[in-house]
Every structure is written in structure tokens, then in C-alpha cells.
Design a protein around this ligand. Structure first.
Ligand code: KG4
Ligand code: ZN
Length: 348
């Protein structure tokens, strides 16, 4: 059988990315342009600026990706794009380009759910993950616990009631005067922080069977602490590092505790961690350390496939195509609030 070559396009937030994935050879190449510098001065992503920059960068990225790999657009068998969830204007750019190109080439265009792509990302580097498993998806916009029976069968078993874990990191960084994105900035500062100087509450931990998260109270605790220390003129660099340490600890411990409960609840022996916050070293190491002692397999993608990328979009597009899923009308469809639970009921 002829192999299938898919172009993947990611534009749901502040990264413009493209990838080429071959059904026989695997990932051929991928590239990514991060808009971090564009949004840094605002302390978060500005949707209008994000869309405009995707418009500027997407076609040149596709052009260089194909040329550098001695391929032509006519070699493509399908184009996969992130149809949601994400920022509507940013998603629309990817959808317009993907559907326009696919229509003109006479090949299928495939809408992909961004969070499904995150949870399948480990398959870019290994053939198989033991099924069923629990996925902890932690990004700037989502904190989800999902029971995965098999590819395409997702049951949401826990989620955040307010802020996402990545959002909690980003807001804390802003409070401490650190750069966007906040996760890596807090993690770096926490390295020079001391244990036990500050302790933050771990939200919803006391409720025994609860699998949901809540991070907005944690952020408020930090705000009050910063205000108190500032008023006493005690907010030194070391104090900030101690705060970052305690804050990162509270998030990491909460994610681990809830994951542990989810594993018991779902009766599985394996967990996949993915999404931008999954790049957090403390989370990765602590999770592996605690869970391996209990005989639970911990799987996470390399850092480059943990944060937003198009390789995971192309891979998920291939699975969708094999299931016969495509956007047959080439309608410019996006779904900014697409829930992973309804993934195969309402496409894009
Ligand atoms: O998955 P992602 O790249 O984009 C979204 O789909 O949201 O996740 C971005 C989020 C940001 O909130 C960022 O602060 C967080 O992931 N992040 C981290 C780390 N690297 C990125 N959070 C904690 N530690 C990190 N090392
Ligand atoms: Zn993401």
C-alpha cells in the first residue's frame, strides 16, 4: 500500500507550526515559530496580534518545510489542522490555509482536536502505549484528566473548575514580575528557592474522591502574600525564589495527587502526561519517582512535543484519516470551545 504523507498545521494559540508526517517513515520534519517575544510585553497572549502573526508566518513555514525536505505540495495526501479548542481568530488562520490548500490540491482536509493531539504526542516517539491509560493534559488553557480506552475513546474524569495549571503559572509569574510564559520562568526561579519557607494550600486535596482541580485560590494566596511582603519591604529576590518554590510545589503536588486518584478510579496502570505544563521538570521527575514505586508506567513526550507543535497534529490527522474523518465540504470550520468528550460527535 502506498504510504500517506500528511502536512500538519498548528495555530491555536501563540505558536505557528507545521510538520510533515509519513505513515511509513513517521515524522519527516517539523518547524515552529513562537510568538513569545510578540506577547511578552503584555504579560500574556493578545489574540488579535496572534492571528495577524499566524497570517504572516504560516505560508513561509510551509514553504520552507517542504523545500528543505525536497518535497512539493503535490506530494501531499492530506492536510491536518487544529480546529479547536483555542483562540478563534488564530484557529481560523490555520483552517483557512489548510482548507484552501487542500481544496486546490484535491486532497482531504482533516480537523484535529488540539488536546487529543497532545495526548497522542508520545506516539511520535514510541509505537505503543499500554491501553487503557489515564492522560493528564496540562496546558495554558486546560487541566484535564482523561481515561483513554483506546484512540478515539475519551472519557473526561476530572478538570479544573477555574484556572488551568499553565494559567496559574502565568499569572503567578506576572505577580512576581517575571516574563511570559510563566511556567518556565517560575520553574527557573524556584531552583534557587528554599523548601519550607512558604507553604501554599493544595486546592481540593482534602475532598477524598474529588478528581477536579481549582487553582484560582492558590493564585489569590500568592497575591496576598506578595502584597503583605511588599508592604513590609521584605520582597527580596531570595524571597521571590522561595515563593516560586512553594507555588510550583503546590501545583505539582496537586497534579500528582489527583493523577494518583484518577489512576485508582480508572483502574489503569499507566499515565501519559502532556501539554505545556508537562514540560515541567519537577512534575516529570516527581511523578516518575512516586509512580514507578507503585508499578505505574509514566509516559511523557520529549519537551519539544510536550509544548505546542504540529507534529502531534499531523499524527492525529493520520489517525482521523484512517477512521474516515475529514472535512468533506472544505468549510472553514473552527470550534474554539471544543470539548474532548464530544470529539467524535461534533467535528470542528
Ligand atoms: O500546551 P501549551 O504549549 O499551549 C497551550 O495549548 O496552552 O502550554 C503552554 C503553557 C503555558 O501556560 C506555560 O506557562 C506552560 O505551558 N509551561 C510550563 C512549562 N513550560 C511551559 N509550565 C510549567 N513548567 C514548565 N517548564
Ligand atoms: Zn497546547
Amino acid at each position: 500500500m502506498k504510504s500517506i504523507l500528511i502536512l500538519g498545521i498548528e495555530s491555536s494559540c501563540d505558536e505557528t507550526a507545521t510538520a510533515l508526517y509519513d505513515s511509513e517513515k513517521g515524522l519527516i520534519a517539523h518547524n515552529i515559530f513562537s510568538q513569545i517575544d510578540l506577547h511578552k510585553q503584555y504579560g500574556g497572549v493578545v489574540p488579535e496580534l496572534a492571528s495577524r502573526d499566524h497570517i504572516k508566518k504560516l505560508l513561509p513555514l510551509i514553504d520552507s518545510l517542504t523545500k528543505e525536505n525536497q518535497l512539493d505540495l503535490r506530494d501531499l495526501d492530506a492536510i491536518a489542522y487544529t480546529a479547536g479548542p483555542g483562540l478563534s481568530g488564530a484557529l481560523l488562520v490555520g483552517s483557512v490555509v489548510a482548507n484552501g490548500l487542500a481544496y486546490s490540491l484535491g486532497i482531504p482536509s482533516i480537523p484535529v482536536h488540539h488536546m487529543e493531539a497532545h495526548l497522542l504526542a508520545p506516539l511520535l516517539e514510541q509505537n505503543q502505549t499500554a491501553m487503557p491509560f489515564v492522560a493528564l493534559l496540562v496546558s495554558g488553557g486546560h487541566t484535564l484528566l482523561i481515561k483513554v480506552e483506546r484512540i478515539g475513546d475519551y472519557k473526561l474524569i476530572g478538570q479544573t473548575l477555574d484556572d488551568a495549571a499553565g494559567e496559574a503559572f502565568d499569572k503567578a509569574a506576572k505577580l512576581l514580575g517575571l516574563d511570559y510564559p510563566g511556567g518556565p520562568a517560575i520553574a527557573k526561579l524556584a531552583q534557587s528557592g528554599k523548601e519550607g519557607v512558604f507553604i501554599f494550600p493544595k486546592p481540593l486535596i482534602k475532598k477524598k474522591d474529588n478528581l477536579d482541580f481549582s487553582f484560582s485560590g492558590l493564585k489569590t494566596s500568592l497575591l496576598y502574600k506578595v502584597q503583605e511582603l511588599e508592604s513590609k519591604n521584605l520582597l527580596s529576590e531570595q524571597t521571590k525564589a522561595d515563593l516560586a518554590y512553594a507555588y510550583e510545589d503546590a501545583i505539582v503536588d496537586t497534579l500528582i495527587e489527583k493523577s494518583q486518584r484518577a489512576i485508582q478510579f480508572a483502574k489503569v496502570n499507566s499515565i501519559v502526561i502532556a501539554g505545556g505544563v508537562g514540560a515541567n521538570t519537577k512534575l516529570r521527575e516527581k511523578m516518575k519517582d512516586i509512580f514507578s514505586k507503585k508499578g505505574i508506567e509514566v509516559v511523557y513526550p520529549s519537551i519539544e512535543y510536550c509544548t505546542d507543535n504540529a507534529a502531534m497534529i499531523a499524527l492525529t490527522g493520520l489517525y482521523n484519516l484512517k477512521e474516515g474523518i475529514s472535512n468533506e465540504s472544505y468549510e472553514i470550520n473552527v470550534n474554539p470551545r471544543w470539548s474532548i468528550d464530544s470529539i467524535y460527535n461534533s467535528h470542528g
